[in-house]
Design a protein around this ligand. Structure first.
Ligand SMILES: Nc1ncnc2c1ncn2[C@@H]1O[C@H](COP(=O)(O)OP(=O)(O)OP(=O)(O)O)[C@@H](O)[C@H]1O
Ligand SMILES: [Mg+2]
Length: 169
């Protein structure tokens, strides 16, 4: 599903619906897309909705941030600054973070290429080249469990779209 958001406020709204569609089983999520497109911002809004009280920063310098939430433990990775050696050791650990009962976000997942566990929900965020407030959020999965999540999320987004804020392509 592709969603075009026209402002930061709309990104927040979509992230809130996303958070509300999650359950205690958690989810394994990869985030890709343009530099500065809004990957960290999306994670921040989802975590806010899950009552995470700590300040949510980009894990670029620490690679991994961990949070407690009302649903399950949350892990937020950023692979952007990892050198090849570091990347190898992290990749072997990623599988540990793709288990049921964890909510894991991996920014710059493209750096780990095919090594990312297959059960991921993929979020790609891009700019609209003509208007930098507009972002295209693309949600995809081939995994059965995350398909169930995506269905719930899609239904909720469509409910909200009745009063038409977002444009779904
Ligand atoms: N509609 C929008 N959705 C998300 N962010 C937006 C939007 N419009 C403007 N922005 C701004 O774009 C920036 C996105 O920054 P953010 O750090 O989330 O990007 P990122 O994809 O994580 O970057 P990086 O590639 O460095 O990890 C923020 O400063 C945010 O305020
Ligand atoms: Mg980021």
């Amino acid at each position: 599903m592709k969603i075009k958001v026209k402002s930061l406020k709309e990104t927040e709204k979509i992230a809130q619906i996303f958070a509300k569609s999650l359950d205690k089983n958690g989810l394994f999520i990869t985030l890709t897309g343009d530099i500065g497109a809004g990957k960290t911002q999306f994670v921040r809004y989802v975590l806010n909705e899950l009552n995470v009280k700590e300040k949510i920063t980009s894990p670029s310098f620490v690679i991994l941030n961990e949070y407690k939430s009302k649903l399950c433990p949350i892990y937020h990775f950023d692979l952007y600054r990892l050198e090849e050696k570091g990347l190898k050791s992290i990749i072997s650990e990623l599988r540990e973070y793709s288990k049921v009962g964890m909510l894991t976000f991996i920014e710059w997942a493209d750096y780990a290429n095919d090594e990312i566990p297959k059960n991921s929900l993929k979020i790609n965020i891009e700019y609209d080249k003509n208007n930098l407030d507009i972002r295209i959020l693309n949600f995809k999965t081939t995994d059965l469990e995350s398909k169930k999540f995506l269905k719930r999320f899609e239904k909720e987004v469509k409910n909200e779209c009745a009063c038409s804020m977002f444009c779904i392509e």
